[in-house]
Design a protein around this ligand. Sequence first.
Ligand code: ADP
Ligand code: MG
Length: 237
Amino acid sequence: MISMTGVHAGYGGGDVLQGLDLEIDPGAVTCVVGPNGAGKSTVLRAISGQLAPRLGTIRYGGRDIDGRHPAELIKAGIVQVPQKHGLFPEMTVAENVLLGGYLRRRDRAYLQKRLAHLAERFPIIGERGAEPAGNLSGGQRRTVEFARALMLEPAMVLLDEPSLGLDPRSLGLVEQSVTGMRDSGVTVLIVEQNVRFGLGIAAHGVVMESGRVLRADAAQAILDDPEMGAFFLGGAP
Ligand SMILES: Nc1ncnc2c1ncn2[C@@H]1O[C@H](COP(=O)(O)OP(=O)(O)O)[C@@H](O)[C@H]1O
Ligand SMILES: [Mg+2]
């Protein structure tokens, strides 16, 4: 689905990603974990086109996509849900979801059809659609962010720290949404600080450190490895 080879990328001075190699399987949930500052968010920005790699290649469905514009990648089916809260609190829930269809804003019939479909899949959108998004709880807002990402029927969704700041009940909602996306055929790439939560809902796990992949394995194998437990508890060796 996605294949990153020898990717170097950064923000000016040095490279954050230092020759990163990463394969993402289609139709599954993959979770990238690693210490703060390891470059997890940077991986997502490189894939979604917000940051062009300095070196290396990113291939998607057999095509080179590195350096492409984010809007082009959304059209190609890759959508990122950013880490910082992305809803407009004064706009309604439905208006926020519809923003995800901006690139097809002239196709009203299509957007209404998608909104109706998403309201069926995520009841909160049907029930609270006319309310300001600011009225919703953290977990509900996250659900709306996911629905917005799904407006244009992406093939792949990138989620940056979806568990951040959520209570245990909301984490359950996020898990349901993620497994629902996967079951509908969407490839999901998650970046998480909450290692147990992230690897717990993923099939594949990737451990990053200092801009490189330290290990790629079955998510459960990483969770079960005592050395990995020590790595996360003790920080980077
Ligand atoms: N917009 C930016 N400008 C400059 N440096 C950045 C920017 N975003 C991230 N960084 C730096 O890049 C490194 C990796 O960041 P990031 O990919 O956000 O890590 P992670 O998501 O794993 O915590 C950090 O040292 C961070 O300070
Ligand atoms: Mg991050």
